[in-house]
Design a binder for this molecule. Structure first.
Ligand SMILES: [Zn+2]
Length: 91
Protein backbone atom coordinates (compact mmCIF):
# COMPACT_ATOMS: atom_id res chain seq x y z
CA UNK A 1 0.00 0.00 0.00
CA UNK A 2 1.39 3.42 -0.94
CA UNK A 3 1.72 6.15 1.63
CA UNK A 4 -0.92 8.23 -0.05
CA UNK A 5 -3.48 5.45 0.20
CA UNK A 6 -2.66 4.88 3.83
CA UNK A 7 -3.42 8.52 4.65
CA UNK A 8 -6.73 8.21 2.86
CA UNK A 9 -7.66 5.09 4.82
CA UNK A 10 -6.73 6.86 8.04
CA UNK A 11 -8.91 9.80 7.12
CA UNK A 12 -11.84 7.53 6.25
CA UNK A 13 -11.58 5.86 9.64
CA UNK A 14 -12.05 9.31 11.13
CA UNK A 15 -15.15 9.87 9.06
CA UNK A 16 -18.24 9.99 11.19
CA UNK A 17 -21.93 9.79 10.52
CA UNK A 18 -23.71 12.98 11.53
CA UNK A 19 -25.77 11.33 14.27
CA UNK A 20 -22.61 9.86 15.79
CA UNK A 21 -20.90 13.24 15.61
CA UNK A 22 -23.84 14.81 17.38
CA UNK A 23 -23.70 12.10 20.03
CA UNK A 24 -20.03 12.88 20.70
CA UNK A 25 -20.95 16.55 20.82
CA UNK A 26 -23.54 15.77 23.50
CA UNK A 27 -21.01 13.72 25.46
CA UNK A 28 -18.42 16.45 25.10
CA UNK A 29 -20.88 18.88 26.59
CA UNK A 30 -20.82 16.85 29.78
CA UNK A 31 -17.05 16.22 29.48
CA UNK A 32 -17.61 12.51 28.83
CA UNK A 33 -16.06 12.32 25.37
CA UNK A 34 -12.65 10.68 25.04
CA UNK A 35 -9.73 12.42 23.34
CA UNK A 36 -10.13 10.18 20.27
CA UNK A 37 -13.83 11.02 20.06
CA UNK A 38 -13.10 14.73 20.30
CA UNK A 39 -10.55 14.49 17.48
CA UNK A 40 -13.08 12.63 15.33
CA UNK A 41 -15.68 15.26 16.10
CA UNK A 42 -13.31 18.08 15.12
CA UNK A 43 -12.50 16.29 11.84
CA UNK A 44 -16.20 15.91 11.16
CA UNK A 45 -16.90 19.57 11.89
CA UNK A 46 -14.27 20.59 9.32
CA UNK A 47 -16.37 19.29 6.44
CA UNK A 48 -19.89 19.14 7.88
CA UNK A 49 -21.71 22.43 8.07
CA UNK A 50 -24.85 20.96 9.62
CA UNK A 51 -22.92 19.61 12.59
CA UNK A 52 -21.05 22.87 13.07
CA UNK A 53 -24.45 24.48 13.48
CA UNK A 54 -25.49 21.76 15.91
CA UNK A 55 -22.32 22.21 17.98
CA UNK A 56 -22.77 25.97 18.13
CA UNK A 57 -26.33 25.45 19.32
CA UNK A 58 -25.18 22.95 21.92
CA UNK A 59 -22.54 25.34 23.23
CA UNK A 60 -25.23 27.97 23.59
CA UNK A 61 -27.28 25.54 25.63
CA UNK A 62 -24.33 24.65 27.87
CA UNK A 63 -23.80 28.33 28.62
CA UNK A 64 -27.48 28.69 29.40
CA UNK A 65 -27.44 25.78 31.84
CA UNK A 66 -24.34 27.14 33.55
CA UNK A 67 -26.02 30.43 34.44
CA UNK A 68 -26.94 30.56 38.17
CA UNK A 69 -30.68 30.87 37.56
CA UNK A 70 -30.95 27.48 35.90
CA UNK A 71 -28.34 25.70 38.00
CA UNK A 72 -30.91 23.81 40.04
CA UNK A 73 -33.03 22.54 37.16
CA UNK A 74 -33.51 18.79 36.97
CA UNK A 75 -32.32 16.65 34.07
CA UNK A 76 -35.91 16.46 32.90
CA UNK A 77 -36.23 20.24 32.85
CA UNK A 78 -32.95 20.48 31.01
CA UNK A 79 -34.20 18.23 28.23
CA UNK A 80 -37.35 20.33 27.94
CA UNK A 81 -35.17 23.42 27.80
CA UNK A 82 -33.00 21.79 25.16
CA UNK A 83 -36.01 20.87 23.05
CA UNK A 84 -37.35 24.37 23.27
CA UNK A 85 -34.01 25.87 22.34
CA UNK A 86 -33.62 23.55 19.37
CA UNK A 87 -37.09 24.46 18.19
CA UNK A 88 -36.32 28.16 18.50
CA UNK A 89 -33.05 27.94 16.64
CA UNK A 90 -34.41 25.84 13.77
CA UNK A 91 -37.46 27.98 13.08
ZN1 LIG B 1 -22.34 16.01 10.28
Amino acid sequence: MSGEKLVLVEFMSFKLECDKANHICDKNQYKEATFREKVRLIFHLIYCRACRKYTARNNKLTKLIKTPDVKTVSAEDKSILKERLQKETTE
